[in-house]
Design a protein around this ligand. Structure first.
Ligand code: MRU
Length: 368
């Protein structure tokens, strides 16, 4: 997608030096567009943990490239395999909720074990990292095509009037490699001339909606309005929302979806107001090993400073300010779980299914 009119992906290998991985450092958006070059696995681990990169798909791709960097670093040293196993463990521990992270690292471990020499193992990690990124972009593009049908139908029902879509957090291209999951259908519908407008939840504490989703939509010229997180219920009660689309960080085989904290409340409000609530995800976000999201998904708890402090632009400079009494304790659960019964459907690269095991497995029978 575009930044200042130029096409970017969120992560790529430097064209002139393929031992350098470039990322868009999201900590400075929407105010500064900064590209960071990463050359070691420990830098990649920090970039994931400190949210230079974030979002399920991008975290997975970053982990894939992290394993490639680990392989390059291990080349000259003894115990190549041990070093790679350590990198895999450290990467997996860098953020707990997004299942794409573990999925990507495991894909790299199997690529390494299938190669013979160290040279071949390095080549395999490079190839696999690129494959993970390319596949993510292609799957998001397909999610957009499938999701488009839903928006088209709503537009038809409204006789071409503006379709109002609410989204939470950032499940746009910045959270993936390109297109995004929740935003893919929005971009596709906008491109085809369907009149739409997006309500963007600001998404405290890190404000990924206000700073990232709003920025993305602006770059693509999609009409949108940023709202305080507590506004969605009111809008839904007054018929100002036609559908909700969110992303997900981990979805169980029975269709429970972990996503940014606050998603569950939007799903409850949508359910109460009979508004369709869709979750868009590539298949790398399914956790096929678990069924009960509430019991089995470990939710990341982040620093309380993210609640107590807020970052913004002040007189041309990025500043961090305290919004609570200094001594008040705060708690920061990064995600919540929306039970499958509140989800109208899952939009995947293979099509749309209901949020239950039978319907999910009809699309993905290899996980029976
Ligand atoms: O903590 P983050 O920013 O990594 O949160 C993840 C997310 O971006 C959201 O939960 C998103 O809606 C789903 S990930 C595509």
């Amino acid at each position: 997608m575009k930044a200042a009119g130029k096409h970017y992906r969120t992560i790529w290998l430097d064209e002139k030096n393929d031992t350098v991985v470039s990322i868009i450092d999201q900590r400075f958006l929407p105010h500064k567009f900064i590209i960071e070059n990463i050359t070691t696995v420990s830098e990649m681990i920090s970039a994931i943990a400190d949210m230079h990169v974030r979002g399920a798909g991008l975290i997975g791709a970053a982990a894939g490239y992290g394993m490639y960097l680990a392989a390059l670093e291990a080349e000259e040293k003894e115990a190549f395999n041990n070093r790679l196993m350590k990198a895999a463990t450290d990467l997996k521990a860098s953020r707990p909720t997004a299942v794409n992270l573990e999925w990507a690292v495991n894909k790299q471990l199997s690529a390494i074990s299938n190669a013979a020499s160290i040279k071949e193992k390095i080549a395999a990690t490079k190839h696999t990292a690129q494959l993970i990124a390319d596949e993510d972009a292609e799957y998001c593009r397909r999610i957009g095509e499938h999701g488009l049908a839903i928006i088209e139908q709503i537009s038809k029902n409204k006789k071409g009037e503006v379709v109002n879509i609410l989204t939470h957090c950032n499940a746009g291209w910045l959270a993936f490699i390109d297109y995004g999951s929740a935003t893919a259908a929005i971009y596709e519908a906008h491109k085809r001339g369907i009149k739409l407008h997006v309500w963007v939840d600001e998404t405290r504490p890190r404000n990924q909606g206000a700073s990232l989703t709003a920025w993305e939509l602006l770059q693509e010229g999609v009409p949108h309005t940023v709202i305080a997180d507590n506004t969605g219920g009111h809008l839904m009660q007054h018929s100002m929302v036609d559908m909700v689309i969110t992303g997900a960080d981990r979805v169980t085989r029975a269709g429970d979806a972990a996503n940014k904290i606050g998603t569950y409340l939007k799903a409850l409000a949508a359910f109460d107001n009979k508004i369709p609530f869709y979750v868009a995800l590539p298949s790398s976000t399914f956790d096929w090993n678990i069924s009960d999201g509430l019991k089995e998904i470990k939710i990341e708890e982040r620093s309380s400073d993210e609640v107590k402090y807020i970052q913004g632009l002040c007189e041309g400079e990025l500043k961090t300010i305290l919004v609570t009494p200094l001594d008040s304790p705060a708690v920061n659960y990064g995600f919540d779980v929306t039970p499958s019964r509140l989800i109208t459907g899952l939009i995947t690269e293979r099509g749309i299914c209901r949020a239950n095991e039978k319907s999910i497995l009809e699309l993905f029978p290899e996980n029976l």
